[in-house]
Design a protein around this ligand. Structure first.
Ligand SMILES: *Cc1c(COP(=O)(O)O)cnc(C)c1O
Length: 228
């Protein structure tokens, strides 16, 4: 096995153990391999090990990788998305985790309609009210519940959050995200099965609080030489 294949297998074991600790089935949690800053060869190694769900955070960086790799990969967009990139991103990605405003959600709904697509989207919430981060405040999110319920060309499947950089408190913020999902569910009538929560350093805590997809980069591919 290659390093990447070994680390993927190790992560699947840790995900299964966290699911067992939470009384959940391992199949309830998907592993998204985050490949930003890593070369096509790294993605290819994970692909050869059977992995099919990959995450990228910049359209321009992702486009050549997507073009070079097999078509049966599911690409997830996880970075900041400008509206002028929306059409390209909808052409290349199946899932968008980082929908951080009503304006962006409405734009995606319109463009997806024009393109004959229906991507899955997660609404990104700024659960801790951090100045430095984007995302909906809880109040903004709930105020837009009717608008989300009316969207025809995007499937609003849940919430995404990136808690403050403090591993001791991560679980608290994951629980807050889950509770907010319940409130939006009640307000909108949407099913909202998804919670995109947890990265290399905190995915086990996220699984204990109901994460359905963990976004893991460095624990699979190693340290990134530049931030993205
Ligand atoms: C980079 C990134 C990740 C992966 O982070 P790691 O700590 O390398 O696992 C997850 N989510 C988002 C939004 C990211 O930008």
């Amino acid at each position: 096995m290659t390093d990447v294949a070994e680390r993927l297998a190790g992560l699947r074991d840790r995900i299964a153990a966290a699911c067992a600790a939470a009384g959940r089935r391992p199949g309830e949690v998907e592993l998204l391999a985050v490949t930003k800053t890593f070369p096509v060869e790294a993605v290819q190694e994970a692909y050869s090990a059977g992995h099919r769900h990959f995450g990228e955070s910049r359209q321009q960086e992702a486009a050549p990788k997507i073009a070079a790799l097999p078509r049966d990969i599911h690409w997830h967009f996880i970075g900041g998305l400008q509206r002028n990139k929306a059409r390209k991103v909808l052409g290349e990605f199946d899932v968008i985790h980082s929908v951080d405003s009503l304006r962006l959600a409405e734009h995606l709904d319109r463009v997806a309609g024009e393109e004959g697509k229906r991507p899955e989207i997660y609404l990104e919430v700024n659960v801790a009210g951090e100045e430095s981060k984007g995302g909906f405040s809880p109040e903004e999110l709930l105020a837009a519940s009717d608008a989300f319920a009316g969207m025809q060309h995007v499937a609003v499947i849940g919430l995404m959050s990136i808690p403050p950089d403090d591993e001791e408190r991560a679980r608290h913020w994951f629980a807050t995200t889950r509770e907010l999902r319940e409130r939006l569910r009640t307000a909108s009538g949407l099913h909202l099965p998804g919670l995109s929560m947890g990265m290399s350093g905190d995915f086990e805590q996220a699984i204990l609080e109901g994460s359905t997809i963990v976004r893991v980069g460095s624990a699979i591919f190693g340290h990134r030489s530049y931030p993205a």
